[in-house]
Design a protein around this ligand. Structure first.
Ligand code: NAD
Length: 292
């Protein structure tokens, strides 16, 4: 049976290290990192995410601000708020919760952020820096995936990694990070041919698809490490369940190690967001962040 990769415990440890680093920055530099989160509309899942982000930001000793705007907020009004937060020196990280209502151009809003405060790592400048090997604020879920993979496997150099999914928020940045770790990276997607044959070559599989339990045990090379990013709600036996993109029951029989859903990648996202906020605050103030 595969070893379970405990993202919840790893994320808790990372938050403890971040809290220590935050108190060091406060004591040495009289600086309190601050994160502003903007939520437009009242999507219930987004409200839960935003509340969790605020709670965990405060728990590590940072300042937290929540800007809740009605669903009919104009693009212009949202851009004006972004401009105000860009100019606010007490704010070091700005996160605009996705998805935005349809009448707002999300790319326009993301690219209006000051790249130095773009703690989600979605601004084209940060995406470009990542893909050219420069220092960047990098998307949180992908960073969390690679942390878990390295904590499980050690050095990733030379491994065959298959990323399933090519979204801008998970698939593409996780592939860039794995390339930077010297993996041989294959990006598979909805138009890829014979996906099971592709994944069977992988030492490391990162599934970011959004299709419940799609990856089966017989798609895996025995002993492979599986990082399951998917969060899918399904109904089974009259119960509402959260499942990943991998069929856990069959995959855990073949994999060497696997993340559960929930409790795998999910908790890493906010921990990496807090880490990015601390990094952004230190970079803006002009000193290196403490070791975390
Ligand atoms: P997305 O819908 O933007 O992208 C999905 C990708 O999967 C696409 O690139 C598509 O080409 C690929 N795909 C779709 N069907 C496929 C198929 N049959 N075969 C191969 N590839 C296929 O999704 P996303 O935003 O990248 O998110 C993916 C999953 O990760 C979702 O379940 C999402 O909820 C989850 N997610 C979790 C976290 C977290 O843990 N914090 C963060 C972000 C996303």
């Amino acid at each position: 049976m595969a070893k379970l990769i405990d993202g919840k415990a790893f994320a808790a440890g990372l938050r403890t290290r971040i809290a220590k680093a935050v108190s060091e920055v406060k004591a040495k530099h009289n600086l309190t990192p601050g994160l502003a989160v903007v939520l437009v509309g009242d999507d219930p899942a987004s409200r839960v995410y935003v509340a969790n982000k605020a709670k965990q930001t405060l728990e590590v000793g940072m300042n937290s601000w929540e800007h809740k705007l009605p669903a009919d907020t104009s693009e212009q009004a949202l851009l004006a708020l972004v401009k105000k937060l860009n100019a606010d020196s007490s704010v070091h990280g700005i996160l605009v919760q996705m998805p935005l209502p349809q009448h707002i151009d999300a790319a326009k809003v993301l690219n209006a952020l000051d790249p130095a405060k773009d703690v989600d790592g979605f601004h084209v400048v940060n995406v470009g820096r990542l893909s050219t090997g420069q220092e960047a604020l990098t998307a949180c879920t992908p960073v969390g995936c690679v942390m878990l993979a390295k904590n499980t496997l050690g050095d990733l150099t030379g491994l065959n990694a298959v990323v399933i999914g090519r979204s801008n928020i998970v698939g593409k940045p996780v592939a860039q990070l794995l390339l930077a770790e010297n993996c041989t990276v294959t990006i598979a997607h909805s138009k890829s041919q014979d996906l099971p044959a592709i994944t069977r070559r992988a030492d490391l599989v990162i599934a970011a698809v959004g299709r419940p339990e799609m990856v089966k045990g017989d798609w895996l090379k025995p002993g492979a490490t599986v990082i399951d990013v998917g969060i899918n709600r399904i109904e089974r036996n009259g119960k509402s369940l959260l499942v990943g993109d991998c069929d856990f029951a069959s995959c855990e029989k073949v994999a060497g190690a696997i993340t559960p859903v929930p409790g795998g990648v999910g908790p890493m996202t906010i921990a990496c967001l807090l880490q990015n906020t601390l990094k952004a605050a230190c970079a803006i103030a002009g000193f290196a962040p403490p070791h975390m």
